[in-house]
Design a protein around this ligand. Structure first.
Ligand SMILES: Nc1ncnc2c1ncn2[C@@H]1O[C@H](COP(=O)(O)OP(=O)(O)O)[C@@H](O)[C@H]1O
Ligand SMILES: [Mg+2]
Length: 214
């Protein structure tokens, strides 16, 4: 099996016939995520087609094209075009019917590494963190994730992330920042943050985010 990609949670292998196997390294359950992806596909939202899910494994359509992050790095996608795509995906997702019928479906990890730019258009992957809630929280989670990169002086894409944050927040509108408090709480619980990183998260990213909309 050819390893196609590897993120924090999963390894993704090409298995032939236009399909990939995505396997959680720590054995998380992929079946709920697969059901959500089928619900999204049935409502016309761009996700990889799921063929089957069993325990930590999901077999799905192999997408062509790079991630949005790779397209930025290669100079094939500009900051404004990327911001328009990401803002459009949020808007599209949040107007779909949720399964509870109350809140909206939120991806909660919608950033340039989880969008693939395919010949059928942008497709959203990695639904591990999805839950229902208020759309502004999802938008602010994206802003916090981008601002974490922008706030890290050692990160090779810190400068690009600052520009991208500004373009994204201009698109979505400053009123979305009423989800920021909840988004920071969700991000603080992220197991990949150190205790110091979690404690300093709000102070590190809030000025960047608020500054981008003023
Ligand atoms: N359906 C797919 N087709 C082709 N490549 C994929 C597909 N799904 C994921 N990948 C590749 O695998 C990488 C990791 O997948 P992802 O679902 O984001 O896992 P993680 O939770 O570990 O971030 C992606 O960045 C992408 O390069
Ligand atoms: Mg990912």
């Amino acid at each position: 099996m050819d390893l196609l990609g590897s993120g924090r949670e999963a390894d993704v292998y090409a298995i032939g016939e236009g399909r990939v196997l995505r396997r959680y390294r720590r054995g998380d359950d992929a079946t709920a995520e697969a059901r959500l992806m089928s619900h999204l596909a049935a409502h016309g939202f761009p996700v990889p087609q799921v063929h089957s899910a069993n325990g930590a494994d999901m077999i799905m359509e192999r997408l062509d094209g790079p991630t949005m992050a790779d397209a930025f790095a290669a100079g094939h996608l500009g900051v404004d075009d990327g911001a328009a795509i990401l803002a459009g995906l949020h808007e599209h997702l949040h107007r779909l019917p949720s399964r509870s019928g109350r809140d909206s479906i939120l991806h909660r990890d919608l950033h340039p590494e989880n969008v693939m730019l395919t010949t059928r258009g942008p497709v959203v992957i990695d639904w591990h963190n999805a839950a229902e809630g208020r759309p502004a929280v999802d938008v602010c989670l994206t802003a916090v994730i981008i601002a974490q990169v922008a706030a890290d002086p050692g990160h090779p894409h810190a400068g690009a992330a600052t520009a991208f944050l500004g373009a994204f927040l201009t698109r979505v509108g400053g009123e979305q920042l009423d989800g920021l408090g909840e988004a920071l709480e969700i991000r603080r619980a992220d197991p990949s943050l150190t205790a110091a990183g979690a404690a300093g998260l709000a102070a590190a990213v809030t000025p960047l985010i608020r500054g981008a909309v003023s």
